[in-house]
Ligand binder design. Structure first.
Ligand SMILES: [Zn+2]
Ligand SMILES: [Zn+2]
Length: 124
């Protein structure tokens, strides 16, 4: 698979029998339908998100991308609980793309409770 953001090769990474694709360059992560939801519920799954959030932040600005699976234009989504997280979603195959660091961030909220949410608010 080719990364929809930087056109580099993506590699398959397996975590607890769920296989995701991670870009070898920008470290963005592609999840097939609902895989990000499943992984979010698994302990330690944030270890797949090895990228530098600073790099992810830059790639986050690229929001006009085509789905790497079915080549449909993807839609930018905003996470309901954490509106600072933007990710791209395909309306046809339901895959989603998270930039480096975003999955970690996305996951933090569900594992941690609102205490952590309150503390990390200043981080931005
Ligand atoms: Zn990439
Ligand atoms: Zn698609």
């Amino acid at each position: 698979m080719i990364c929809p953001k930087c056109n580099s090769e993506m590699e398959k990474v397996k975590f607890d029998n769920i296989e995701i694709d991670r870009c070898t360059q920008c470290k963005g992560i592609w999840f097939d339908m609902l895989e990000h939801e499943h992984l979010k519920a698994i302990h330690d799954s944030e270890s797949i998100d090895i990228g530098d959030p600073t790099v992810g932040h830059d790639f986050n600005k690229i929001d006009k991308i085509d789905c790497p699976v079915c080549h449909t234009k993807m839609i930018r989504m905003v996470d309901r609980e954490q509106p600072h997280i933007w990710y791209e979603s395909c309306a046809v195959c339901y895959g989603v793309f998270f930039d480096a660091g975003e999955f970690k961030d996305y996951k933090e909220k569900s594992v941690a409770d609102f205490f952590k949410g309150l503390l990390s608010r200043e981080r931005k």
